[in-house]
Structure formats: structure tokens, C-alpha cells
Design a protein around this ligand. Structure first.
Ligand SMILES: Cc1cc2nc3c(=O)[nH]c(=O)nc-3n(C[C@H](O)[C@H](O)[C@H](O)COP(=O)(O)OP(=O)(O)OC[C@H]3O[C@@H](n4cnc5c(N)ncnc54)[C@H](O)[C@@H]3O)c2cc1C
Length: 437
């Protein structure tokens, strides 16, 4: 008997959960319900435009979609065009794979000032996400920016702000972003974190890239880098070894010469933002200086200081979006689950399952575990019509559902030029599909 599965979201975790089931039960039919006409989630809209190598995973995903029994129902938003409950009625299993696209807020005064953005919005804008095409976040004469957060997303944002057009030549950065960055010419970027260099969550390859920029020099005060790792870090474990490498890279930054570089990326540690300052638009961020206790936990010293900035991007994490009728942990910003099972025939994978952490490869084994649980628990029910019922329902509503073939039409238009020129509006995507028919 054929299993019929609906996956909400066509990003990495959704693709991997379907791959896990198809490997063992090749007859399984999987419908991906995706709110955009374009699949691949954050691989398209999160991964930085100058990291084209990382985006190559899309080639594997394309092959996956080309097989029998896999469909993309694009331009359909669950929670708006169709409910989770209706999907549960018509499919044997429903898997939420909708990622985490809401910015975590700092909850400090001035967060609503012009010029203050969360990284979900800012990154989506420079990656041409249709929801953010009109954002225009960079003030025309911006010279300085602060990126709050000590993870790889903060590095991505800082790097994109200081790279020249030549350095981005092989990227798929949108024209509107290129123009905004060039018009502003930001020369001073501060990456600020409330903890110390040891506690930062940067990974070595991404951090190393900051030392290879043509026009920007990474600057770090040597005094904040400890001579050796604290005793609570176990260097026999991979995570501990990564910390050691990260400290080595910080040390190498202290020895770098300016060599004509006219831009700076300053790594500011032990600084916790307390307010965004400015009249109508942001002009500075107020920080409290922190110190670390023996376990590496930051505590406030009461000393306040300001850093001026024309633009602030806070990259401190994400929340998943709740879906009506589905249990949701507001505190953690994800769906409570046991190895992916939420309840009945409803499951979750990816950032909605674990929270917003982990790279693209992290999702594969994590989704495979949930695939196994689905196969152990779910028995195909001949009464469930799967996609046939959903197609009719959406057609009756007049929804313009797009397919994987339609994505190929969008892809063909975007890749006519040497580097991809992403279409940043759903209407234009639908027009490109029409034209291809
Ligand atoms: C800025 C940034 C940069 C990153 N860079 C890297 C990197 O360089 N290398 C790396 O390995 N990892 C990177 N990651 C991490 C990686 O992108 C994630 O691990 C991965 O994308 C998570 O997969 P997911 O399927 O859970 O979510 P997503 O990739 O977000 O996919 C979710 C999908 O669900 C869709 N969706 C959402 N809501 C609905 C709804 N209601 N109805 C229908 N569809 C819906 C979305 O449109 C999206 O297509 C980065 C993440 C971010 C945020």
C-alpha cells in the first residue's frame, strides 16, 4: 500500500525527511506544500550570495524532485491557503518543515527605530526574497554598521556590507542590493557579542574569510584573547578543537597589517546592547560592558558605552512561525516534539523541530530519524486520497499552484545571465512561468 505524505516547506529538512522515507519505501508519494514558487528554503534565501559552492547542494535536490512520486505544490501557504488539519485528513502523515523565519527580538528600547533590522529581514533582502524586495534597509549615506551576534550569520552580514562589486562578481547578489551597498560605501562594521572570543559561535572557515577580504581588515584587541582555552572546554572533543582553531584565527588577525585596506571589521566582545539611540532613525547603540565568570557566563559590570552606527542588524536567532491548531512553544519558538513526532499523524523536522541551529548537513541525519519514526508508526490508509483531494480543493479556491516544472522555468530565466539574477517578486515569477508555457 502506498504511503501519502505532505511536507510543509521545500527546504533542506523537508527534502531529507522525504528522502529518508523514499529510500526504504520507494512507492511513497510526497507532496511538498511550499509558500513560494521557488523550492530549497534558506539554501536560496539564507546562504550568502558569495557562497555559491554551498548552494550547489541544490543540484542534488533537483535530482530528488525529478523522481516518481514527488510533487511540488508551490505558491501555497499552509495556514493561509490550506490548513494543517485539512492536510492531516487527506494524507497518511504530515510533516512540518517550515524552518524559522521570524527574527528573535532583543526587547530593548529603540528597537523600532529606522535603520534597525533583524538578520532574517536583512539577509532575505540581500538574497532577493519576495517578502522583502521593498525593504531598502541601507541609508544612502551610511558609513558605519553594527551587527549584533557572534555566529556565522553575523559574519555573513558584515562581509556582504564591505565586499566590493569585484569581490562579489561570481555571486548572485541582487542588483538592488549591489546599488544600495555601493551608494552607501560602509567603511566601518562592528560585530558585537555579549560574551568573549572563546564563547563565540563562529566556525573556522567562515571566520578565516574575514582575513581574506580585499578592502577590509578584521580588528580585534589582542588583550581579550586568552592565552589558552579555559579548563571547562574539553579539547579532546571536536567542539573544543574548533574553539582552539577559532582562537588561533583571532590571534592571526592581531598580526595583520592594514596594507591599504580602507575598511574595518571590528570584533567587539563582552558588549551587551542595552538601547538603540537616535531621533527617528538609529544613530548609535548603547552597550553594557560584560565580564565572564568562571563558567564563561557573562555578567554586567554596570559600565555603559555607545558605538555610533547608521545601520544595525541584529543576528541573534530566529523563531518558527506557529500554525493554527498545532502546539507551539512560544518560549523556545519551535514545535514541541519527540524525535519529530508532534501528535497523531503530525511531525516536524529541521529548525521547527530543533530550533534555529545547525547547518544544511545537520538536517539530514536529524530528518532521517523522523523518517524512521514515520515509517514505524504510519500505516497507509486507502481512504486517504492524498494529493488528488488537495488539488481539487486548491483548484476550487482558485489558487495558482506552481509545480517543479514551473520552478525550472523560473530557473531558466534567472540563469540566462552569467551569474543568476533572481526574480524577487512572486508576480514576476508567475509571469515567467506563463511565458514558458
Ligand atoms: C542567514 C543564514 C545563512 C546560512 N548559511 C548556511 C551556510 O552557509 N551553510 C549551511 O550549511 N547552512 C547555512 N544555514 C543554515 C541552513 O540554511 C539551515 O540549516 C536549513 O536551511 C534549515 O532547513 P529547514 O528545512 O528547517 O528550513 P528552511 O530552509 O527555512 O525551509 C523552510 C521552507 O518552508 C517554507 N515555508 C515556511 N512557512 C510555510 C508555510 N506556512 N507554508 C508552506 N511553506 C512554508 C519556506 O518558504 C521554506 O522554503 C544558514 C542559515 C541562515 C539563516
Amino acid at each position: 500500500m502506498t504511503l501519502k505524505i505532505a511536507v510543509i516547506g521545500a527546504g533542506p529538512s523537508g527534502i531529507y525527511v522525504a528522502e529518508g522515507v523514499k529510500k526504504k519505501l520507494p512507492d511513497t508519494m510526497v507532496d511538498f506544500i511550499e509558500r513560494l514558487p521557488t523550492p530549497f528554503g534558506l539554501v536560496r534565501f539564507g546562504v550568502a550570495p558569495d557562497h555559491q559552492g554551498t548552494k550547489k547542494v541544490i543540484n542534488q535536490y533537483e535530482k530528488f524532485f525529478d523522481q516518481e512520486g514527488i510533487r511540488l505544490l508551490g505558491n501555497v501557504e499552509v495556514g493561509k491557503d490550506i490548513s494543517v488539519q485539512v492536510l492531516q485528513e487527506h494524507y497518511d502523515a504530515v510533516v512540518i518543515a517550515n524552518g524559522a523565519r521570524e527574527d528573535k527580538k532583543l526587547g530593548i528600547p529603540g528597537e523600532d527605530l529606522d535603520g534597525v533590522y533583524g538578520s532574517a529581514a536583512f539577509v532575505s533582502w540581500y538574497n532577493s526574497h519576495p517578502d522583502y524586495k521593498d525593504l531598502s534597509p541601507i541609508p544612502e549615506h551610511a558609513k558605519s554598521a553594527i551587527v549584533i551576534g557572534n555566529g556565522n550569520v553575523a559574519i555573513d552580514v558584515a562581509r556582504i556590507l564591505v565586499k566590493s562589486a569585484e569581490e562579489m562578481a561570481d555571486s548572485d547578489l541582487a542588483d538592488h542590493t549591489r546599488i544600495a551597498i555601493d551608494n552607501a560605501s560602509i567603511s566601518d562594521v562592528v560585530i558585537a557579542g555579549r560574551r568573549g572570543p572563546v564563547e563565540a559561535s563562529f566556525t573556522p572557515p567562515e571566520l578565516r574569510e574575514l582575513g581574506k577580504l580585499e578592502h577590509a581588515l578584521p580588528v580585534i584587541e589582542g588583550a581579550v584573547i586568552p592565552d589558552e582555552l579555559p579548563s571547562h572546554i574539553d579539547t579532546s572533543q571536536p567542539a573544543g578543537r574548533i574553539k582552539g582553531k577559532v582562537l588561533d584565527i583571532f590571534r592571526s588577525f592581531t598580526e595583520m597589517k592594514r596594507d591599504g585596506k580602507d575598511k574595518t571589521i571590528h570584533l567587539q566582545f563582552l558588549a551587551s546592547p542595552t538601547a538603540f539611540l537616535g531621533e527617528g532613525k538609529v544613530e548609535a547603540v548603547q552597550f553594557e560592558r560584560m565580564e565572564l565568570n568562571e563558567d564563561g557566563k557573562p555578567t554586567g559590570t554596570g559600565e555603559l558605552f555607545d558605538i555610533p552606527a547608521d545601520l544595525v542588524v541584529s543576528a541573534i536567532g530566529y523563531y518558527s512561525q506557529p500554525l493554527e491548531g498545532v502546539p507551539f512553544d512560544e518560549q523556545l519558538g519551535r514545535y514541541p516534539n519527540e524525535e519529530g513526532l508532534i501528535k497523531d499523524n503530525l511531525y516536524v523536522v529541521g529548525w521547527g523541530k530543533r530550533g534555529p541551529s545547525g547547518t544544511i548537513p545537520t538536517n539530514r541525519p536529524c530528518s532521517f530519524k523522523t523518517s524512521q519514526i514515520i515509517m514505524d508508526q504510519v500505516i497507509a490508509d486507502p481512504a486517504k486520497q492524498g494529493g488528488a483531494a488537495i488539488d481539487k480543493l486548491l483548484a476550487d479556491k482558485g489558487s495558482k499552484v506552481t509545480t517543479f516544472t514551473d520552478w525550472k522555468a523560473i530557473d531558466a530565466v534567472e540563469t540566462k545571465t552569467e551569474t543568476r539574477q533572481k526574480i524577487a517578486s512572486v508576480d514576476e515569477m508567475l509571469a515567467a512561468i506563463e511565458e514558458a508555457i
